[in-house]
Ligand binder design. Structure first.
Ligand SMILES: Cc1cc2nc3c(=O)[nH]c(=O)nc-3n(C[C@H](O)[C@H](O)[C@H](O)COP(=O)(O)O)c2cc1C
Length: 220
């Protein structure tokens, strides 16, 4: 074990600031709109990759897994989040067996963390096609390369498969892989965490009850 590691980790500043303040009384009654507001501020402040988020899923036995994905957009309903992946991937299998998930974002520049949990639905073939065909060529070739999350025997197999995928895309630039899937998470719970340098963090929690959102503070 690296005995210096704990000291090296302690030396890295966290929530170093300057950080924005967050008045929960001024928060939007809809957490979807509150998310859009914070995302706007993240884009304006130059937060790196604010649309990269962690997706947590669990299989039918409750074994969790997580990975980062891109937020593709916000659904028309407030509190819905759209992402895309391969239905045959690990997460795709998890979501087919257990269609509940959690998304989280951390924007260190602002000391902000957001969490959104809820049911996930699959959008149809039209949404999948539209999402896939908007991508640049390299990303479409990647979408046809191999089988996401399956064991890869060796890098040579990858190169050969990538060449085959490039041929597929060149032959039909409008081709869409069968597994490409757009998912929409409909939050029934969200939390907005504003870190502060003095550790008096603010946590605002929303829960969907019937058609209404209720909100309250959580102890930090
Ligand atoms: C910055 C970044 C963005 C990513 N965006 C996506 C994405 O939008 N969709 C996706 O399926 N995988 C994306 N990935 C890859 C995933 O993190 C993951 O490796 C892959 O989806 C397989 O995950 P799984 O085996 O848990 O299903 C991204 C990776 C990084 C580093």
């Amino acid at each position: 074990m690296d005995e210096e590691l704990p000291a090296r980790l302690r030396a890295v500043p966290v929530l170093a600031g300057p950080l924005p303040s967050f008045d929960p009384d001024g928060a939007d009654p809809s957490p979807g709109r509150q998310f859009a507001r914070w995302l706007d501020e993240a884009l304006d402040d130059g937060v790196p990759e604010p649309h990269v988020m962690t997706l947590g899923t669990a299989d039918r036995d409750g074994r969790p897994s997580a990975r980062v994905l891109m937020l593709r957009g916000l659904g028309a309903d407030a509190g819905t989040f759209v992402f895309a992946s391969d239905a045959g991937s690990h997460k795709g299998h998890d979501l087919a067996a257990n269609p509940y998930a959690v998304l989280s974002w951390y924007w260190p520049l602002q000391g902000r963390q957001i969490r959104a949990a809820g049911a996930v639905e699959v959008l149809g073939a039209d949404a999948a096609r539209e999402d896939f065909l908007r991508r640049r060529e390299a990303s479409r070739i990647a979408g046809f390369t191999g089988r996401m999350s399956a064991p890869l025997a060796d890098p040579g197999t990858y190169d050969a498969e990538r060449r085959r995928a490039a041929d597929v895309v060149a032959a039909d630039p409008r081709a869409v892989p069968a597994g490409h899937t757009v998912y929409r998470l409909r939050a029934d719970e969200m939390e907005f965490f504003q870190g502060s340098q003095g550790a008096s963090h603010v946590r605002l929690h929303y829960v969907r009850q019937g058609g209404e959102w209720r909100r309250g503070l959580l102890w930090p």
